[in-house]
Design a protein. Structure first.
Length: 87
């Protein structure tokens, strides 16, 4: 197996684990309709960071980076929607 294939696989595995860790939290927030424990400053800073990582991944043509951050942005957006709708 080529070293670049291993590096790509490592990136995909890392992206799946770090982004996937948000899925239970997003589902819990949506299910309970409570995002009280998330501060607006955290959500704003984290969301902006995810957006920047997404753009970086697109510019670098790195599917592991842009793919993971696209999914994370959707998950965090769901939490933001719950926080807006239910306080």
């Amino acid at each position: 197996m080529k070293p670049e294939t291993l590096v790509f696989g490592l990136g995909i595995a890392a992206a799946c684990l770090t982004t996937g860790s948000w899925i239970p939290q997003a589902l819990q927030t949506i299910r309970t309709r409570s995002a009280r424990d998330f501060s607006w400053s955290y959500l704003s800073m984290f969301g902006a960071g995810i957006a920047l990582w997404f753009v970086y991944g697109v510019l670098r043509h790195d599917v592991a980076i842009w793919g993971a951050n696209a999914v994370a942005l959707v998950l965090v957006s769901g939490i933001v929607r719950v926080k807006i709708k239910y306080g």
